[in-house]
Write a protein that binds this ligand. Structure first.
Ligand SMILES: Cc1ncc(COP(=O)(O)O)c(C=O)c1O
Length: 442
């Protein structure tokens, strides 16, 4: 319980309140006041924490990789106009999955030359939007490549830089739903398909600038990166020997994990991960006399997760058999991760409870699913009905996966910086729910 504050944004503090109760603050902002002004559930992002995670990546790359390097923020973890604007100002690249995310990036004036487009079955709309934004397209399969080459011929326009996504046949150790690198994964091309893709591009006069692979998401053990990288470098070395081609950019994707619960602490650092990848790449290229490519990392969660906090209000407290339920005003609809991956979370009361600790409570949302449980059996002080709870590490894969289940209106989002909270996404309304629902003709 004492370590729980470490899960919150770097600026989180417990301060003495006016009424004698201590209060949790983030970025110098009073959370109870924000909840009163904007309602709950409410999502908060602390810019200082986002900046610190980016700086950790930059410092680690500068210390351990002797050639050019870049960081792509994985938009799938979090994509709002505000986060895209922030990423643009910080000089990051941004990865978008398809036309919808590209539209958000465009609305944020994100520079096209730092956009990447991923997608396992990109629609024509996705491909056209990618070409319009001049983004780098990460080609997932041969059919997609043929469609792209045909589009270039039909439109008589050259394609922008292409990267090829390789399936290395090795996944990282994580939940099965987050593994992507294994040999039977739906993502990317196997080595023989990569060779075919290069041959197709060469015949069409199309440059291939990069090679990409991503072995999975939310891993804590870096070791499986080594055989994945070795497979990719071996393939590149063979092709280099045969054709002289080598990629200018190599991206081992993202996926570095974060601690979600105090039991996950201490957690290995961003530097531990970057050092391992950089050293493996330097050694692998040296062993094969390959030039060092630009190393382009693609983290999402490890940059945005800890910067985000979800605030909920306890509506009712219920004792069901041996279990004490705190029934919250949000859950599955704004955070499907516990239901999807059995993800474990922690929480702290926003204001110091007035009574002594009573032990474990489970935190459930208001939705009609027994799986709508954010946290099982968490040691907590005696929380009263009407109190606020703050759930840390809520910045990644919450809002981007949020739904309107049971008519839920997605939460408002505040951006905290320099002691000030800005509303960057308003709460959805009933009008938003009805806007595209056309109904039957008479
Ligand atoms: C291709 C690709 N890149 C990057 C990421 C980001 O992963 P994470 O947010 O775990 O860093 C993902 C996540 O699944 C991904 O599929």
């Amino acid at each position: 319980m004492e370590r729980r504050l470490e899960l919150f944004p770097d600026t989180a503090q417990i301060v003495a309140g006016d009424d004698g109760r201590t209060a949790l603050t983030i970025g110098g902002c009073n959370l109870a006041a924000l909840a009163a002004a904007y309602g709950t559930p409410l999502y908060l992002f602390d810019e200082a924490t986002l900046d610190a995670r980016v700086q950790a990546y930059r410092d680690a790359l500068a210390a351990h990789y002797p050639a050019e390097a870049a960081i792509t923020l994985a938009g799938k973890a979090l994509l709002l106009k505000a986060s895209a604007q922030w990423a643009a100002r910080r000089g990051l690249w941004l990865d978008c999955t398809g036309a919808g995310e590209l539209a958000i990036a465009a609305a944020a004036d994100f520079p096209g030359e730092r956009l990447l487009v991923h997608g396992v079955n990109k629609s024509d709309e996705d491909l056209h939007a990618s070409l319009e934004s001049a983004a780098v397209i990460v080609v997932d399969n041969l059919t997609e490549l043929q469609r792209l080459l045909a589009m270039a011929t039909a439109g008589d326009t050259p394609l922008p830089a292409l990267w090829l996504r390789v399936r290395p046949g090795v996944a990282v150790d994580t939940h099965a739903f987050r593994q992507t690198g294994q040999s039977d994964s739906k993502f990317g091309m196997d080595p023989s398909e990569v060779r075919s893709a290069l041959a197709l591009c060469s015949a069409a006069g199309q440059t291939v600038e990069g090679v990409h692979f991503h072995q999975g998401s939310h891993f804590h053990n870096v070791q499986p990166i080594a055989p994945g990288l070795e497979t990719v470098l071996k393939l590149i070395a063979q092709i280099h020997a045969e054709t002289g081609w080598a990629p200018q950019v190599l991206s081992p994707g993202g996926g570095w994990g974060v601690p979600y619960h105090e039991d996950d602490l201490p957690h290995p650092s961003i530097e531990d991960y970057v050092r391992f990848v950089a050293e493996a790449l330097v050694a692998g290229c040296a062993a094969r006399a390959l030039p060092l490519p630009r190393l382009q990392l693609e983290p999402g969660r490890s940059i945005v997760a800890q910067a985000g906090v979800a605030l909920y209000r306890v509506g009712a407290i219920k004792q069901s058999g041996a279990r004490r339920w705190l029934l919250l005003d949000g859950g599955l609809a704004d955070n499907p991760r516990p239901a999807l991956y059995s993800a474990r979370y922690s929480a702290l009361p926003v204001l110091e409870p007035t009574r002594a600790a009573v032990g474990a409570a489970s935190l459930a949302g208001p939705y009609c699913e027994s799986g709508d449980v954010l946290i099982h059996d968490l040691p907590l002080p005696a929380i009263a009905e009407g109190e606020l709870l703050a759930v840390p590490v809520s910045g990644a894969y919450h809002l981007n996966m949020a739904s309107n289940y049971n008519g839920a209106r997605r939460p408002a989002v505040l951006w905290l910086r320099s002691g000030h909270a800005q509303l960057v996404q308003r709460r959805e309304t009933v009008d938003d729910l009805l806007r595209r629902d056309m109904g039957l003709d008479a």
